[in-house]
Design a protein around this ligand. Structure first.
Ligand SMILES: CC(C)(COP(=O)(O)OP(=O)(O)OC[C@H]1O[C@@H](n2cnc3c(N)ncnc32)[C@H](O)[C@@H]1OP(=O)(O)O)[C@@H](O)C(=O)NCCC(=O)NCCS
Length: 582
């Protein structure tokens, strides 16, 4: 069969960019008129150019605008178009927009003022005119009852959830969990106390402080089936980053524990699953890491606090009180931090009604990206690369001149010192040593050099700078910095998912289609081949003999098997496809 391929559009041809600003779609140069011209002359020019307005100029300056609506008004008032002048009927000194104004804002301005045309002015220069008609040309169908809103790239500044978990106040350099300063909580409370606060909204008093800790300590042990599979997981992972191994292990945990969709559970059951995941993640991180080094996993100890137990499982010996408390404060300070990418991800997954493990796995996946969980280790790598105090100044200047970012400095939200960084510096000072002295010298120099070379950007240390130093001093290897971050952030994700599940609406935004115009004809093929298996008798035999699910698997016990058996007339046909498809 002949195909008219030449008639098909080139789907790879770059599309014209969609208009972003007024300059992209205004009529320029504008059609103009003099104020002493007759209405008839101006109307005829509008008609010739197919426009609905003329700009009235006095020299090069904008004096007014005459629109179709003004012509109707003049006609209704009985004015003679051959003698009435433009100046009599125009709107003098009209509002205007700049060419850089975004299309959405121009639309809003026209609608808000009831204008149909608005002049475009840059400085004193008249650049053009933009009309409702221009904007309609680029408009798209929108839901009649909803507001279709363009938002900034990266959703910066967009409020996408209501939360009582906590918030970040970047200008003040302050963040809080529920109604308490997160830093004060880190300094004065245990990890379990803060976990309890975020899950249940209450800060335990002196009489019940041990209650929550006693509830979660027994949940740290791995399910036997998961513990048995970890060596195979590590071996199959073949040296993959520990955070990626953790992601897989949490997924395994969710299936092994039979977690159900949050959509089908009540709050207490979702809380039960969330407690389990948060309690077991430190055990998984430690067991995976030790297994990868050929060492036996260390069992969790219920008698130790959250942080001391984590360090004990990593190193096989009880940490000093100073190290346990240093890491505990770090962990508390990183539990939650506004609607960051991984927290948002966990909420989106929960909004679909998926189970708790699915949301936490998704959170870990988001955290694994270098722009988010990043690498506190990179700040330490920078300290290593600088080497000695005499090289700090030159190293930083050269890096900034090259356009490099200095790791551990700057923050999207904080334009003052990151409060977490301040606390981590204090903890580093408590632990002391040459690395801390060196880090402090580097901090001072970097802040001064950035202030000089990037004036007005307000760049200070962020949490990663001293967190790396503290973790290093407590013996945590650099490859475990981000998994250790996940240990605490899991509590934040789960606090948010509890909130999301309690008052849920699926998070389902819109996108703007910018591909080739649709519909295009689907190119015809010579013939449509049926699936290979239907024509391959040997394949059919193989499928017929295959057990669809392993004996005793969860799937066999689930309604998947029940469905097959319960509908014998429709599913137990001679075709093996029924079994496989179900
Ligand atoms: C954290 C970070 C991504 C925030 O980025 P942001 O808010 O989008 O800031 P911008 O990228 O808009 O940067 C603003 C200006 O400050 C400069 N700047 C920001 N962080 C800088 C850094 N660490 N070193 C040098 N210059 C930096 C940028 O070069 C830019 O300068 P310009 O105006 O001349 O282009 C950024 O500060 C950064 O890359 N820091 C280093 C990585 C890091 O420590 N990440 C951990 C974050 S917790």
């Amino acid at each position: 069969m002949e195909h008219a391929h030449t008639d098909l559009p080139n789907l790879h041809r770059p599309l014209p960019p969609s208009p972003k600003t007024v300059a992209d779609l205004m009529t320029s140069p504008p059609v103009s008129a003099e104020s002493d011209e007759s209405l008839a002359a101006a109307a005829s020019r509008m008609s010739d150019h197919g426009v609905g307005s003329v700009l009235v100029l006095a020299g090069s300056r904008l004096a007014g605008i005459l629109t179709e609506r003004d012509l109707v008004r003049a006609g209704a008032a009985g004015a003679d178009p051959s003698t009435a002048t433009v100046g009599d009927w125009m709107t003098a000194d009209p509002d205007s927009v700049g060419p850089d104004v975004e299309v959405v804002d121009a639309w809003r301005s026209l609608v808000a003022h009831g204008y149909r045309h608005i002049p475009v002015i840059e400085g004193d220069e008249v650049r053009g005119v933009v009309s409702i008609r221009d904007l309609v040309r680029v408009a798209q169908l929108r839901p009649v009852d909803g507001v279709f809103t363009d938002v900034p790239r990266g959703l910066e500044g967009v409020v996408a959830a209501e939360t009582a978990v906590g918030s970040v106040r970047g200008v003040e350099g302050f963040y809080h969990y529920r109604q308490y300063s997160a830093i004060e909580l880190a300094k004065r409370r245990s990890f379990e106390d803060v976990w309890h606060l975020l899950f249940d909204g209450e800060l335990a008093g002196p009489d019940d402080a041990a209650g929550f800790a006693t509830e979660v300590a027994p949940l740290r042990a791995l399910p036997v089936g998961v513990a048995r599979l970890l060596p195979q997981l590590v071996s199959a992972a073949g040296g993959a980053p520990p955070l990626d191994q953790l992601r897989t292990a949490v997924s395994l945990l969710g299936t092994a524990e039979g977690f159900q969709a949050t959509r089908d559970l009540g709050r207490s059951e979702i809380r039960r699953d969330a407690l389990r995941v948060c309690a077991v993640i430190p055990t998984l991180v430690a067991a995976l890491w030790r297994t990868g080094r050929g060492e036996e996993a260390v069992e969790p100890r219920e008698g130790l606090g959250f942080s001391a137990n984590y360090l004990n499982m990593l190193f096989g010996e009880e940490p000093s009180a100073a190290h346990a408390r240093a890491i505990e404060r770090y962990l508390i300070s990183t539990i939650d931090h506004g609607l960051n990418a991984s927290t948002f991800t966990a909420r989106v997954v929960t909004s679909t009604g998926a189970d708790v493990a699915a949301a936490v796995v998704a959170g870990i996946a988001a955290l694994s990206g270098p722009l988010h969980g990043g690498a506190p280790s990179r700040a330490l790598d920078t300290l290593d690369a600088i080497g000695t105090p005499d090289r700090i100044d030159a190293f930083i200047r050269e890096a900034v001149e090259r356009g490099d970012r200095i790791m551990g400095f700057g923050h999207r939200v904080y334009k003052t010192l990151d409060p977490r960084s301040e606390m981590m510096r204090e903890i580093a000072e408590e632990l002391g040593g040459p690395l801390v002295d060196f880090a402090e010298q580097v901090e001072q120099t970097v802040v001064a050099v950035l202030d000089e070379m990037k004036p007005g950007r307000r760049l200070y240390t962020n949490v990663e700078f001293y967190a790396g130093v503290v973790m290093e001093l407590c013996g945590i290897p650099r490859e475990l910095f981000t998994p250790t971050f996940a240990v605490s952030r899991a509590v934040g994700w789960c606090a948010h998912l509890l909130e999301q599940a309690a008052d849920n609406r699926i998070i389902r935004p819109s996108s703007r289609y910018v591909g080739p115009p649709a519909p295009q004809p689907v190119p015809e093929l010579a013939s449509v081949a049926p699936p290979a298996a239907e024509h391959d008798p040997s394949h059919r035999t193989k499928l017929a003999g295959r057990r669809p699910y392993p004996k005793n698997s969860r799937a066999r016990r689930s309604n998947i098997e029940t469905d097959i058996c319960s509908d014998s007339t429709s599913t137990r046909s001679s075709s093996p496809w029924n079994i496989v498809v179900n």
